[in-house]
Design a protein around this ligand. Structure first.
Ligand code: BG6
Length: 482
């Protein structure tokens, strides 16, 4: 554990992200004893309130089962400073508050210290706040780290502009771009599975793999977040970041080492081999209300324009043009208001050329990220008992069963800990981000300029009509029942 005196400033401390993710993750780390011994957390936002009032408000940020005593202890290390996002004097006051606190705590300002600036803010103020931090808060006698959250622009050009503006203020080594999927247990597990097991790496290529599907399904709609969502749509909201990040860890070649730069070099390399998405390889959908009226459609959300054609569902087939993957179709699929909550990676192997058992189903390796962490391999066995027929079964590593004593940490807690330790491995580098936008930008622009209409699907369904056929036609995917 890192014991350097640390100050964490959370900008946007009264906003949704801070409430749902940042503060609960900080509290989790605190209650596990994982924050540095001398740590102070400063909330910053426009709402005028005292630290005491902030404590009252923040109490509702934590789960009702959290120990009241731990919450009380945690809030003792939290203070609040109110200020605007464009007023120099307010940021100067923040800096004074940090300095005063360090003085009061007798922290030696000649020795190592870390200041973390967590921007839990809307994108419209990213650059202004980063500039304010640099001008009025940044302390060049200590280590400074800036955490930013997506959206990082809305296409290649705007993302480049954002990266340029941020890099004029902060070194890449100081910037931590969060993609919280990189903090999820099963996503972090992919590298270990692939490069620590001889039998995976041996078949991890076009000679053995038929197709790969990465699926993200949520059983709820935008529910009040429609205003934000409508500007972005499902492709920008989860595909360009979460799904493409997962894809590139599944697809990348083995890095030289586990160092952040080696890992990110390999990720960037494979991203650069992905061909830009094509409209004909894309299916778009938008949910409508249920027939019985119990669930609303996307456009029933009051914050969504009545004529919106923003997709809430998309599935795309893409290709990685390198020796390992040439010819293997990859499917990324994401949707809101579908039939279940699920995030998984399904790797389907090729048919077994076999005269002994002529009618065989395909093997699959499934890595389930959520809701239940699991790795399983669909494997054909002899039907147990006197029968000599074959049956489809699973080699099943469900984490709950195998590791029932281990509490899987929240992705945000894992990532904040990485920032405190200065480890960039699970954060997106600017060249990686650039490559990710390159893949999606032509498609996004085409959808927008041609006003491509999404297909309707009912809230709670599996997606638009033909959702499976679309994949089967383009990938040769075969269901695995025998
Ligand atoms: C966010 C998206 O980045 O990820 C949301 O903006 C989505 O729309 C969320 O619901 C999903 O995250 P998780 O961790 O709940 O799978």
């Amino acid at each position: 554990k890192n014991n350097v005196p640390t100050t964490i400033v959370v900008f946007g401390a009264s906003g949704d992200l801070a409430k749902k993710k940042t503060f609960p993750a900080l509290f989790h780390l605190f209650s596990q004893g994982l924050l540095p011994k001398r740590v102070s957390i400063v909330g910053y936002a426009r709402t005028q309130m005292s630290s005491e009032e902030f404590h009252k408000r923040a109490t509702s940020y934590f789960s009702p089962d959290a120990s009241k005593d731990s919450v009380k202890e945690f809030l003792k290390i939290c203070t609040y400073v109110s200020g605007k996002y464009d007023v120099d004097a307010d940021f100067k006051a923040l800096r004074s508050a940090i300095d005063d606190h360090e003085r009061a705590e007798n922290i030696d300002t000649d020795s190592e210290r870390i200041h973390v600036y967590y921007m839990a803010l809307p994108p419209s103020v990213f650059v202004d706040v980063a500039a304010q931090i640099k001008r009025n808060v940044y302390d060049d006698t200590c280590t400074n780290r800036l955490i930013i959250e997506k959206p990082f622009g809305h296409d290649l050009e705007s993302s480049r502009k954002l990266s340029k503006d941020i890099s004029a203020l902060f070194d890449e080594a100081e910037v931590f771009r969060i993609d919280h999927y990189l903090g999820k247990e099963m996503v972090k597990n992919i590298l270990s599975l692939r490069f620590a097991n001889v039998f995976y790496e041996a078949v991890w290529n076009r000679h053995y793999i038929s197709n790969i599907q990465i699926t993200f399904k949520e059983p709820f709609g935008t529910e009040g977040r429609g205003g934000y969502f409508d500007e972005f749509g499902i492709i920008r909201d989860v595909m360009q970041n979460h799904l493409i990040q997962v894809l590139c860890i599944v697809a990348m070649n083995q890095p030289q080492s586990l160092s952040a730069e080696d890992v990110r070099d390999r990720k960037t390399e494979v991203l650069s081999r992905i061909l830009p998405l094509q409209l004909e390889d894309t299916m778009l959908g938008q949910y409508v209300g249920t027939k019985d009226g119990s669930k609303p459609g996307y456009k029933d959300d009051k914050t969504v324009p009545k004529d919106s054609i923003t997709p809430t569902f998309a599935q795309c087939v893409l290709h990685v043009d390198n020796d390992r993957w040439r010819g293997v179709p990859w499917v990324i699929k994401a949707g809101k208001a579908l039939d279940e909550a699920k995030m998984l990676i399904r790797i389907q192997f090729k048919d077994m050329p076999n005269a002994l058992f002529p009618k065989l189903a395909r093997n699959e390796l499934v890595i389930q990220v959520s809701p239940k962490e699991a790795v399983y391999i669909k494997t054909i066995v002899k039907e147990p008992g006197l029968s000599t027929s074959l049956a489809m079964s699973e080699l099943d590593l469900t984490y709950k069963t195998r590791y029932h004593d281990v509490k899987i940490p929240d992705a945000y807690a894992t990532l904040i800990l990485d920032v405190l330790n200065g480890d960039h491995s699970n954060f997106v580098r600017s060249d990686e981000l650039d490559e990710a936008w390159r893949i999606f930008t032509p498609l996004l622009h085409q959808i927008e300029t041609e006003h491509v209409k999404p297909l309707p699907y009912e809230y709670g369904s599996k997606g638009p009509e033909g959702v499976y056929q679309f994949v089967e036609n383009r990938t040769g995917y075969k269901r695995t029942g025998l």
